[in-house]
Design a protein around this ligand. Sequence first.
Ligand SMILES: [Zn+2]
Length: 225
Amino acid sequence: MSDTFTVSELGWSGALPVPATMKAMLFRRFGPPDVLEQATVGTPRPGPGEVLVRVAAVGIGRLLDLTARAGNHPYATIEPPHILGADHAGTVAALGEGVDSVQVGDRVAVLPGVACGTCTYCAEGREEVCDSLTVIGTHHPGAYAQYCAVPARNVHKVPDGIPAAMAASLALLGAVAANQMTQAGLRSGHWVLVQGASSALGSTTAAYAPGRLPVAQPITHDQGT
Ligand SMILES: [Zn+2]
């Protein structure tokens, strides 16, 4: 793929320069999609252990986007004005103090779950069930913006030739799909039944089961009528 498409054609952009202000899509009240408005806000500065990502692509999901924007998030309190945007991909534009895991210009995918790093679950490597787990775009300003400041440990370098939109779509779903396989103890030769395989996570899970046979049964609203 990298032989036929340039980095720019794959949806990535350069890292510099970082402007003092940026454009973001935010909402000032809960409601339907038209509560989203483009605004000019200050560009976030990466704190210690953070990186500033120039956003190239961002995922949109039912809970973290549609439900949150409507004001019906079941476990998080959101105070408008708020910038949504959880799993995303982009180019590292600046480094906070103490960050040496990535460099400016690296293309990265960003896992949105921010774990504390110190609780029992985090110590066991199970950050997804961290006692103090927060989510980028829910508890922190998100990636419906030109730039987003995120913990350096949440970013993962993206190989050459991967489009930005694909990297954003795999940033969260890829990890969930992989974890399902690990937790289930699947081995080569096992069969995998993926329910809801036409969904974003379902299709990712089906694609992630190499050497196994995913079986999907699409269910439509008019089935049986
Ligand atoms: Zn923790």
